[in-house]
Design a protein around this ligand. Structure first.
Ligand code: ATP
Ligand code: MG
Length: 231
C-alpha cells in the first residue's frame, strides 16, 4: 500500500533521511522506533509532502507520489496526525473535525467517529483547549479519519499520555486497522508499538536498520533496545 525506497531528505546542508526503505502492506500497521532526532518525523513529513525530498521513491498503491504537494498527497488518501496533535484550541470538537472534512465523509462521518470516540461525543461542544491530552489525541485522530484515508500517518500519538489512555489509544489504532485503514506509526513507546504493529522497524541516523515481525522483535527486544534505542 505504502512503499518508501531510498528516500533522502535534506534540511539545507543537513542530510537527515539517508535512504529510508520501508513498506506497509495494505490493511496492516507498520511501526517505526528510534531515538530522538534520527528522522522519524522528517520521514512522515516527507511522505506527506510537507518537506521536499532530495531523492528516492514514495508509492501509494503502486502510484508514484514522490515530491507531491501536501494537498495532492491528502487527496490521494493519506492522512497525517502530527507530533503534538496541533488541534485548534479555540474551535470546538465538532468544528475541529469539520474543518478537515473536504467532502461529506463516507466511511467516517461524525456520527461514526463519535461511536469510536465516545469521549468526544460527550465533549463535542467543548473547545480544543479544554480537552485532556488523551482527548486531544483522539480528536487529532478523528480529524484525520474524517477525510476517509487509505493510509494514516501517526507521529508519536502516545506522547505525554497516561498508561490507561495509551491502552485506549491502542484499541483505537487496532479498530482503524480492522476497518481497513493502513497505518504507519512512529513511536517511542515500544510496548504500544509491539502491541499493535504487524511489523516493527528501527531507524538509526536516517535509515531503517532493522525490521521484524512482532514475534521475532519480542525475542530480540533486549538486544534491539540496548543496540539501537537507549541513549
Ligand atoms: N525544519 C528543520 N530544519 C532543520 N533541521 C531540522 C528541521 N526539523 C528537524 N530537523 C533536524 O533533523 C533531525 C531529525 O529530526 P526529526 O524531527 O525528524 O527527528 P525525530 O526522529 O522525529 O525525533 P523526535 O523523536 O525527537 O521526535 C534532527 O537533528 C532535527 O534537529
Ligand atoms: Mg519526531
Amino acid at each position: 500500500m505504502l512503499r518508501i525506497a531510498g528516500l533522502n531528505t535534506h534540511y539545507g546542508a543537513s542530510h537527515v533521511l539517508q535512504g529510508v526503505d520501508l513498506e506497509v502492506p495494505e490493511g496492516s500497521i507498520g511501526a517505526v522506533l528510534g531515538r530522538n532526532g534520527v528522522g522519524k518525523s522528517t520521514m512522515m513529513k516527507t511522505v506527506m509532502g510537507l518537506v521536499r525530498p532530495s531523492g528516492g521513491e514514495v508509492e501509494l498503491e503502486g502510484h508514484n507520489i514522490f515530491g507531491w504537494a501536501p494537498h495532492r498527497v491528502a487527496r490521494a488518501g493519506v492522512a497525517y496526525v502530527p507530533e503534538g496533535r496541533l488541534i485548534f484550541p479555540d474551535l470546538t470538537v465538532v468544528e475541529n473535525i469539520k474543518v478537515a472534512e473536504r467532502k461529506p465523509a463516507k466511511d467516517w462521518p461524525v456520527d461514526r467517529l463519535f461511536e469510536v470516540f465516545p469521549s468526544l461525543r460527550e465533549r463535542q461542544g467543548n473547545r480544543g483547549s479544554q480537552l485532556s491530552g488523551g482527548e486531544q489525541q483522539m480528536l487529532a485522530i478523528a480529524r484525520a479519519l474524517v477525510s476517509d484515508p487509505k493510509v494514516m500517518l501517526l507521529d508519536e500519538p502516545s506522547q505525554g499520555l497516561a498508561p490507561l489512555v495509551v491502552r485506549e489509544l491502542a484499541n483505537v489504532i487496532r479498530r482503524m486497522r480492522q476497518e481497513g485503514v493502513t497505518i504507519l506509526l512512529v513511536e517511542q513507546n515500544m510496548k504500544l508499538a509491539e502491541a499493535v504493529a504487524n511489523r516493527l522497524h528501527v531507524m538509526v541516523k536516517g535509515k531503517v536498520v532493522y525490521s521484524a515481525d512482532p514475534e521475532r522483535f519480542r525475542d530480540e527486544e533486549a538486544e534491539i533496545r540496548s543496540r539501537y534505542l537507549t541513549v
